[in-house]
Structures are given as C-alpha cells and as structure tokens.
Design a protein around this ligand. Sequence first.
Ligand SMILES: [Zn+2]
Length: 490
Amino acid sequence: MTTPPTIRLFNTMTMQKELLQPSVPGCVGVYVCGPTVYSYIHIGNARTFTSFDVVVRYLRYRGLQVRYVRNFTDVDDKIIKAAQETGEAPVALAARYVELFREDAKALHMLEPDVAPKVSDHLPEIIGIIQKLVDKGFAYASQGDVYFSVSADKDYAKLSKRHLEDLCVGERVQPGDQKREPLDFALWKAAKPGEPAWDSPWGPGRPGWHIECSAMSAKYLGETFDIHGGALDLIFPHHENEIAQSESANGVEFAKYWMHCGFLDLEGAKMSKSLGNVVRLRDALQRVDAEALRFFFLSTHYRHPLSFSDKALADAEARMEYFYETLRKVDERLAGKDFGDGPVHGDPHRFLAEFECAMDDDFNSAGGLGALSGLFGLMNELTDKPPVKDKALVGRTLRALREDVRKVSGVLGLFEDDSSAWLLRRRERAVRERGIDVAEVERLLGERTAARAAKDFAAADRVRTTLKEKGVEIMDTPAGTSWKVAAAQG
Ligand SMILES: [Zn+2]
C-alpha cells in the first residue's frame, strides 16, 4: 500500500495551511464557481480557472481520484440585461456564451471538468433546497420572492469573519423591498415580464444567484465535500451565502477547505468593466501563446496578486521559447538512440522531487517552476558542455530529465506541444509583429551557406551581421542552421 500524499493547502476558513484529508480517503471532491455566461471571459477569470485546473491536475498526479465540478450560471440579471441589448432570448445568449467559454478554456489547455452543470437544468434541485430552508424556518416567502433570513443563521459570515453589526451599518430595507432585514438575500425572485421563469411553490420566478451552487454541489459531490474554490471577490457575499444556505438546509459542514485565487490587475490598475480596461482572454490569445499565458499565471502563487502587462507577457513567451529550444535540442540528441540501462550523472530526479515539494506546499507553482529552471539548466549543460565524456551516461541522464519534464507537463499544462511546431509558431508571430521579410531571410541564409561551403567566412559573417540588423538570429546546430527572431530591444 502506498502512503497517501501529504498535500497542504491554505484554508480561507481557518486562515491556516492544513493537511488535505479528504472525507473519503483517496477521493477528492472539488467545486469551483464557474462563469456567468453573458460575455467573453477576461484574463482575470482565466487566471482563476487555470489555477484550479492545475490544482485538479496535481491532485490526480498525486494519485487522488478527483471529481471536479465547475458550474455555468446561465440564469442571471446580467444575462437578461445583455439579452435585452442584443435582442436575443436570454437562454439562447447564455447557451452561446457557454460554447464560447468552452472554446476559450480549451485554447488555454484547461481540462474539462467532470461535471459542468447549468442552473437552467437544475430547477427541481434548487426549488427543493429552498423549500427545505423555508420548512426549517431559515427562509420566508414574500410576495412571490423567497429570502434567506440572515438573523436565523447564528454563524453567518464565518468565512469572511465579518460581524453582523458592521455589515448592517448604513443598510436599510428600501421602500418597495420585499425583505424583512437589509442583509437578507434572495433565494427566489418572482417573475417579471419578459424574463425567463419557472413554476415554483411560490409562483413563477427564477433562482437568486447563490442558491444554485448549494443545490448543484450537493447533487454532484454530496452535502459535505472537500475543496470549494473561486476568486477572492466571491468570499463575500457569494460564498458566505452558499455556506449559510447549505449548512442551514443540511445541518452538516458544507466544504472542508476553501481556496481563493488572488486578483489580477492591469499594470497596477484594477480591471473592471466600468473602467473599460478589461482584457478578454480571446484577445490576449491573439497576442500571446496559450502556454506562455499559462506560464505567466503560474509563475506567481495562486493566492498572490498578479500584474498583467505587455512586458510580463513578452517575458513569459521568451521564457517558454528557452524551454522549447532546450527540449528541441534534447529531443534531437535522444532521437533514435538507445543509451541502454546503467548509471546516470548525478541525481537528475532531484528536480522533480523539488517540484513535488513545492506543489505539496499549497500548490506553489512558482516554486515548482523554480525547480524546472534547475532541470532545464542541467539539460543545457549536458547538451552544450557536458561535464563528463561518457556519451551514453549523458544520454541516459538527458533521457531521465526529459521523462520528468513530461510528468511536470501533465500537471502544469505546459510543454504539451511539439517543440519544433511551437518554435515555428512563435517565429511566425514575431515575423508578423516585426514586419520581417521571410523570403529575404531565406535568400540571405542561402548566400551564407554558399559562403561557408566556399570557406569564405568573412562573407558568411557579413550575412550574419546583415540578418542581425534585421532582427534575425542564426543558430548553427549539429542538425543544421535555423533562425529565430531576436528579442526586441528595450
Ligand atoms: Zn458559487
């Protein structure tokens, strides 16, 4: 029997790092609040979902059986408003953005969750839990609406550690409100003309935002499950309200561990739709490689704030280029060769051990990438200036390192591409951006090859200089000459 992995994670509920001990040993239920599908997702959303994508991948890598649920909010005020603007039916608009989200998530190498439930498919479950709350005295109906009574829940706001008195300051029940207390929130909203509506014991209407996650997580993961995740701004009121609903209805703990992903800002400014400075994931992926964007997200710990800028993206892509150039070199070295069994140089697997150690510590992907730097550094040393002469020994060591890169690749969703294909795409993008004439580059490279064949090295060097002035860098390798677009100056 293998020992269970020792993964520690920061639990927002206790504000401490805790050992992950799933309710059912070996099996982990994960629920992440998904997108409200009324427009394209922005890069801040993409960071959150990428973080949990890696959490799920790592739990599986560690041998845990994971059930990953991420919902779609397809019934919501924002959707109704957006549909009024486009003239579509709200359901049709939401369905369209569900598909666009799936495309975006796939483009960013995200795994599909095991279950991706939609609100519109779960009205019976939602009405069921609201009825339970009404029956138990935690909720009340009022003119076709149903509200959760916050004062009936003795430990309301335990996740955000707020005090009810503070939350109430300045809050009043407005004239026309159907609720009794200012903090009470809607579980069910009576139908208004032109809005999607379903029948219920309280008349036709639709669910409030928070209740869907209580209903759908219970259906797919049980009344108590292991990890609940989302962005930091969901703690209050969304997650607080989920806890209030679920624990009041079911009388048991809702989620054992709460994980929250930090904010992403635009060069120091908070991204917001009202400021008009929102970067859509789809637009970002026109400008930068998907794996480079993932690398950028993962190079900072998921709980920390992250600043998005053109420079940060360019740096991430340059780093990915270094990784892929290294892999291409190593793959060329290993291709078609069998170095047999035998000793390796040093301890090549130490980097994977370091990587696991970092990831075991609250999914510290930044630390994990640090371990990878060491691994790629050693790969370059072994291919460029090996410290030992025994070629088979070097080959076996490179093979071991390459194998560990494949393992890490499955966790991070990086290095999943063929290295030559990736490098060519990167070059094509750079060529377009810098306006480089590829035909001319090829012609000059031909001249240089001819000059070298004629042993006219001065002429060959002149061509190299000419190309450099055009932003083109030549690499001579045992496999032949290739070229890339040099890093932009300044
Ligand atoms: Zn939720």
